[in-house]
Design a protein around this ligand. Structure first.
Ligand code: OGA
Ligand code: MN
Length: 284
């Protein structure tokens, strides 16, 4: 197979064709990795035969896989794989996240060391709807006014998963309940509002309405207005690529320079996805 990589939009994103992720040599992997760093989002088409084992195996080439806190939604034999799905168990309970991420967010930004990349495989998708939006946070930063850049330079914002459980984030996001033990494993964390990408050396805005709810060392109300301005500025159409899924797409994204946003679909159709993530560094 000959690998081909083509940009998908002016904002961010590229697609790779002629790739089998379960059978990829070192040179092929290096090209994909490079394309991900360059385009922030990389769509690998036609991964129909990617088993959970192969998905995890490919993920490991980037680094150590992370395990999501909502453990009952991970595949029992493969806890590295999180299920996003509207399929139900025979007793009617969900097998995975049904409405995951319907707000702008960067995966696990509420962690001290947020995941650097996520790899989402479309196992079964609806004929329409359920698109995923991606936002380029380098462009979001670069296009800020000098005054705003000065205002946020060196400052931190607080990210939280728990706050979302009470609907108190800017996104007002609905979040599934967690056990007391799962809650105890989470705590709020502060990250720089502007982070420097460890591989490109470029600055990216690193706040998101899903998890970032206040500025460090400032009362919540003042911080809210500034954050709201940043969120609105970031998600402008010229910074966004809408991914319309094709069956068996595997989409990987770099959480260090993007946000993403799930969109709804008609629940009479099935949407079933497998997600892995790669552990990352503390943002600086
Ligand atoms: C995720 C996520 C969005 C979607 O997998 O982290 O936010 O459209 N998914 O399923
Ligand atoms: Mn997500």
């Amino acid at each position: 197979m000959t690998m081909e990589i083509r940009p998908l939009s002016d904002a961010l994103g590229a697609e790779a064709l002629g790739v089998d992720l379960a059978d990829l040599d070192e040179a092929g992997f290096a090209r994909l990795r490079q394309a991900l760093v360059e385009h922030c989002v990389l769509v690998v088409r036609d991964q129909a035969s990617l088993t959970p084992e192969a998905h995890i195996g490919f993920t490991r080439r980037f680094g150590e896989p992370a395990v999501h806190v909502k453990t009952e939604f991970n595949l029992p034999e493969h806890p590295e794989v999180l299920v996003l799905s509207n399929r139900k168990k025979p007793d009617g309970s969900p097998i995975g996240f049904e409405e995951a991420g319907r707000y702008w967010h960067s995966d696990v930004s509420y962690g001290d060391e947020p995941v650097m990349a996520s790899l989402l495989l479309a196992v079964d998708i609806p004929p329409k709807g359920g698109d995923t939006l991606y936002c380029n946070m380098y462009r979001a930063y670069d296009s800020l006014s000098d005054a705003m850049k000065q205002r946020i330079d060196g400052r931190k914002a607080v990210h939280s998963y728990l706050v979302g459980l009470t609907g108190k984030t800017a996104a007002g996001a609905k979040r599934v309940s967690l056990s007391d033990e799962q809650k105890a494993s989470l705590k709020d964390t502060a990250h720089p509002i502007v982070r420097t990408h460890p591989e490109t050396g470029r600055k990216a805005l690193f706040v998101n309405p899903g998890f970032t709810f206040r500025l460090e060392d400032e009362d919540e109300e003042t911080g809210k207005a500034l954050l709201a301005d940043l969120f609105e500025h970031a998600a402008r159409p010229e910074n966004v690529y809408r991914h319309i899924w094709r069956p068996h797409d595997l989409v990987m994204w770099d959480n260090r320079c993007t946000m993403h946003h799930a969109t709804p679909y008609d629940p009479q159709y099935t949407r079933h996805m497998h997600r892995t993530t790669v552990k990352g560094d503390r943002p600086v």
